[in-house]
Design a protein. Structure first.
Length: 216
């Protein structure tokens, strides 16, 4: 128990002692105990950790289909691929006027789907999206370097639009198409493929399906 220190002067102590003798052995009143402050310490609750952003959905652009969560939606299934892209990107926009080839297309800004009356649709990925990561079957996504794309299996296709001696496009999933002839490599059978546009040695666009031929 903590003891109280007396701050009385010496003469006052003598008077107290004499008073104690005069009253005999009467017990002295106990000194009250000093108590610690009873004010509670405020409790600081730990702040909740910030919620991490959800991982983007992986969507794979192949030669014949859009693959989402392991399910392939063929480009020939026009309604199916339109609906799949709408689910990925939030909604389905109204189709626009026909493009330069006479086909209507659906435009999400960074993603475009061209839908002909017959045959497979064509999908064009031209920019990053917040909730979806588009890539090829080889894992090549927008932002990949030319070197990384080549290491993953992409091939040069001999198109140099700006004339700087460096190819502007790479291709994956290359497939020969019988009864066609290549417009890029005369005398060879035409091919179709998933095309990667390259700018400053970086993949900036993905397009499927592309080809280099004219029908015979």
């Amino acid at each position: 128990m903590p003891q109280h220190k007396s701050f009385l002067a010496p003469s006052a102590l003598v008077l107290v002692a004499i008073a104690g003798v005069l009253v005999g052995c009467a017990p002295t009143a106990p000194h009250p105990e000093s108590s610690a402050s009873s004010t509670p310490t405020p409790t600081v609750s730990a702040s909740a950790p910030p919620e991490s952003a959800p991982s983007p959905v992986d969507a794979v652009i192949t030669l014949d289909a859009l693959e989402v969560d392991g399910t392939a939606i063929a480009y020939t299934d026009h309604e199916g691929v339109i609906a799949a892209l709408g689910d990925l990107l939030g909604s389905v926009p109204a189709p626009t006027e026909p493009d330069g080839m006479g086909f209507p297309f659906y435009d999400w800004g960074s993603v475009r789907l061209t839908v002909p009356q017959e045959g497979p649709a064509s999908v064009w990925i031209g920019g990053e999206t917040d909730d979806v990561r588009f890539s090829t079957a080889q894992g090549i996504a927008l932002g990949a370097s030319r070197a990384d794309a080549l290491a993953a299996g992409a091939q040069e296709i001999g198109l140099d639009e700006d004339g700087d001696g460096i190819g502007d496009y790479l291709a994956v999933d290359i497939e020969e198409v019988p009864n066609t002839t290549s417009l890029v490599h005369p005398g060879q059978v035409g091919v179709r493929y998933v095309m990667l546009a390259i700018d400053a040695d970086v993949v900036t666009k993905i397009f499927s399906n592309a080809n280099d031929y004219a029908d015979l």
